[in-house]
Design a protein around this ligand. Structure first.
Ligand code: ADP
Ligand code: MG
Length: 695
């Protein structure tokens, strides 16, 4: 099959999308698919068969020989199991077969995926089911069918099932609100997401020489080179042509699977880059971000590069995050977070805004948990990413509007006494004035909220499940109140005012990097969970369990299971890092520095023999020896600590953070000091200057 070279033909060429379905399905089947997307009507087997047949034909034309149910287990990465289309036929021939049943349902051996204890109490198998709201695509000669992953008891074992549930709940509640404002046209409200992805690119030959990068995705040792981030515009050097080749290649691959990316050079840190896709429906955006991360890594290898998606590959260099841009769109093309031009639209906007503000304030804990990971612990609150405390930045104009509502005061330039919601228009809110505060964890940027606490390596499903569910909950509460109202406008005004007044503590427009903010946040009673170990205990706090259970996103059991998996992943990551560190110290660093110290010792003797001064050699040799002993002890402590990790995962999280990780920090300090003293030729692996600047 020829790969198209022009973007219009290339874009989505490997996606079984709406247009392809329209072209290749009977009208009845196309409409049945459409209906299953808009109101969840299950597909009849005959329809599924027809779709499967069309999908298979199309996929085979695109070079596919296999198909896979592609799903998102709770590990945060994606999983796939490939089956061949090939069925033996008479006369030793083969036919390419794929039925509706195979499209709609698969039964992967689920035992290797984490379940947080769910499946041990139920059936040991799981099944996957096609999610007709996200498009199938062809990649690496396989037809990828996006699916949900469930236990036989119906419990969600993945991230897509709760995401779809949350999208549906949010839709239901948002529609109730729109009806109150006389909107009878909108049939669906859908969260829309644009996930900006940061990453590093480094040379593969150098990467291969670093065990820490290979096993943990980040460097466990290393000093900043003499040149840091300060002259970032010169950093690409030799890497540049390779990087731009890479980006071209990546864009092509992303476009083929229907991801409209705009890759950009990001000049914050050397070797760091960013990709921003055009936003799309939340469900597709989550699939696409998973696919993006996968393709970023895969395409890099073709250029002898390695793509690091870890949150903190290099100490002392800005790490990577993900900005989750989130808004609410309607099937009629409106954005519900866009301040309107009429008083009625303004009133509706303010209601959605108030609901959002209330929700973020009430559910800070769960939002914080959705971005908690060992990798992200290096960034949040470290002056390079938002603090670990949730707050909302509204921008000057909108904040003034909110203040005038809360204080009942006239707002500037209005010429009116005070803002009457539903009667007055809002001032124009210009987009360029809303985006100035880069330190805010949750910034209003004109017509969307940008959630900036996410780690670069994580799935964006968790944070979006939280945002959707929180919004659904708040809108439900408001709809319950307003649907009974006898005087809508005045009750609306009261409700908005009350809500904003009660939750104004979450609004903050100052410098989130300033320590003074943490003090202030404490006085305001905002939650501050600096690390994963501090956050996870709040995972299933009462209000969070109530939120998800009431909205039928998770059962209580599913929540506990998810917390357990979150803990398991955290524990595994810290322990792998600790073991890798110990291995590198014992088998690479200590032997190397010992050799170099011995060389220094010999030089001292040689020089002394001829009467030369040898203060330098003595000093270095002795310093290295003292530090080596310290490093050995620290490494022994890590090894011993690792033997005593509690088997209970709740306790293990605290232990790993407060004992194992703490010692790792100490060991690293000693090792980095040794790196500074040791002849480059003796140091056993490439250093930061090599990794970050390959020119
Ligand atoms: P920046 O100036 O940071 O590049 P942009 O406005 O260009 O900001 O968009 C950043 C990201 O937000 C992009 O992925 C973009 O597609 C996405 N985005 C833009 N508008 C919306 C929206 N209404 N809802 C969700 N995401 C959006
Ligand atoms: Mg951004």
């Amino acid at each position: 099959m020829e790969t198209p070279t022009k973007l219009p033909e290339l874009f989505g060429s490997m996606v079984f999308n709406e247009q392809t379905m329209k072209d290749r399905l009977s009208k009845a089947s196309y409409e049945a698919w459409e209906k299953s997307v808009t109101d969840g009507t299950p597909l009849e087997l005959a329809t599924a068969n027809e779709i499967a047949e069309a999908m298979k034909r199309w996929a085979v034309e695109k070079g596919a020989t296999h198909y896979t149910h592609w799903f998102q287990p709770m590990t945060g990465v994606t999983a796939e199991k490939h089956d061949s289309f090939i069925e033996p036929a008479e006369g030793g021939r083969i036919i390419m077969d794929f039925s509706g049943k195979e499209l709609v349902k698969g039964e992967p051996d689920a035992s290797s995926f984490p379940n947080g204890g769910i499946r041990s109490t139920f059936e040991a198998r799981g099944y996957t089911a096609w999610d007709p709201t996200s498009f199938a695509f062809v990649k690496d000669n396989s037809l990828y069918i996006p699916t949900v992953f469930l236990s036989y008891g119906g419990q969600a074992l993945d991230k897509k099932t709760p995401l779809l549930r949350s999208i549906e709940k949010l839709n239901q509640q948002a529609i109730r609100i729109l009806r109150l404002f006389g909107d009878n046209d909108t049939k669906r409200v859908v969260p829309q997401v644009g996930a900006e992805q940061e990453y590093f690119l480094i040379d593969k030959d150098l990467y291969d020489q670093r065990e820490d990068l290979r096993l943990t995705g980040r460097t466990l040792f290393g000093n900043m080179p003499p040149r840091g981030q300060e002259l970032s515009d010169h950093y690409f050097g030799q890497l540049k042509p390779r990087v731009s080749e890479y980006m071209k290649d990546l864009d092509n691959e992303l476009w083929k699977v229907g991801i409209l990316s705009k890759t950009k050079h990001n000049e914050v840190a050397p070797s760091q880059h960013e990709m921003a896709p055009i936003y799309t429906e939340c469900n597709a955006a989550c699939d696409q971000n998973q696919l993006t991360m996968e393709l970023m890594k895969k395409v890099a290898l073709r250029h002898n590069l390695v793509c690091l998606i870890h949150e903190k590959p290099f100490l002392g260099v800005n790490g990577s995050g993900k900005h989750n841009n989130w808004s609410l769109g309607t099937d009629t093309g409106k954005n519900l977070f866009k301040p309107g031009s009429t008083p009625r639209q303004n009133a509706q906007f303010l209601l959605f805004l108030a609901a959002f503000i209330k929700g973020i304030d009430e559910y800070q804990g769960t939002l914080r948990c959705t971005v908690a990971s060992a990798g992200n612990d290096h960034r949040l609150g470290a002056q390079e990413a938002p603090p670990a405390v949730l707050s909302i930045f509204l921008g000057d104009e909108l904040e003034r509007v909110v203040r005038s509502i809360i204080d009942d005061t006239p707002y500037e330039n209005s010429g009116k006494k005070k803002l009457k919601i539903g009667v007055d228009s809002l001032p124009q809110i210009r987009q360029d004035t809303t985006d100035r505060n880069r330190t805010s964890p949750m910034a209003f940027t004109g017509n969307k909220f940008e959630f900036r606490m996410l780690g670069s390596a994580q799935s964006v499903s968790g944070p979006n499940i939280a945002l959707n569910t929180i919004m659904a909950e708040e809108l439900r509460e408001m709809a319950d109140k307003l649907e009974d109202s006898k005087n809508f406008n005045s009750d609306l005004q009261k409700l908005i005012k009350k809500t904003l007044t009660e939750h104004q503590r979450i609004i903050f427009d100052g410098d989130g990097y300033d320590d003074a903010w943490l003090e202030e946040a404490k006085r305001r009673g905002l939650a501050n969970y600096p690390s994963t170990a501090d956050a996870i205990p709040h995972y299933d706090d009462k209000e969070n369990v109530e939120l998800y259970v009431k909205n039928e996103i998770y059962t209580e059991e599913e929540m506990h299971a998810r917390r357990a998996i979150h803990e398991e992943i955290y524990n595994a990551q810290i322990q792998i890092e600790a073991r890798t560190m110990s291995d590198m110290i014992r088998r690479q660093i200590l032997p190397a520095v010992s050799e170099y110290a011995a060389v220094m010792g010999e030089r001292v003797m040689t020089k002394k023999n001829v009467g030369f001064s040898s203060a330098y050699e003595e000093k270095i040799g002795s310093k290295i020896s003292v530090l080596s002993d310290k490093l050995m002890l620290s490494c022994e402590k890590i090894d011993n600590d690792l033997k005593k990790v509690p088997s209970d995962s709740v306790k293990a999280v605290q232990y790993n953070r407060n004992t194992v990780y703490k010692e790792m920090v100490k060991a690293r300090e000693i090792a980095d000091e040794l790196e500074n003293l040791t002849d480059r030729d003796y140091w056993p692996f490439p250093v930061y200057a090599d990794l970050l600047f390959s020119e």
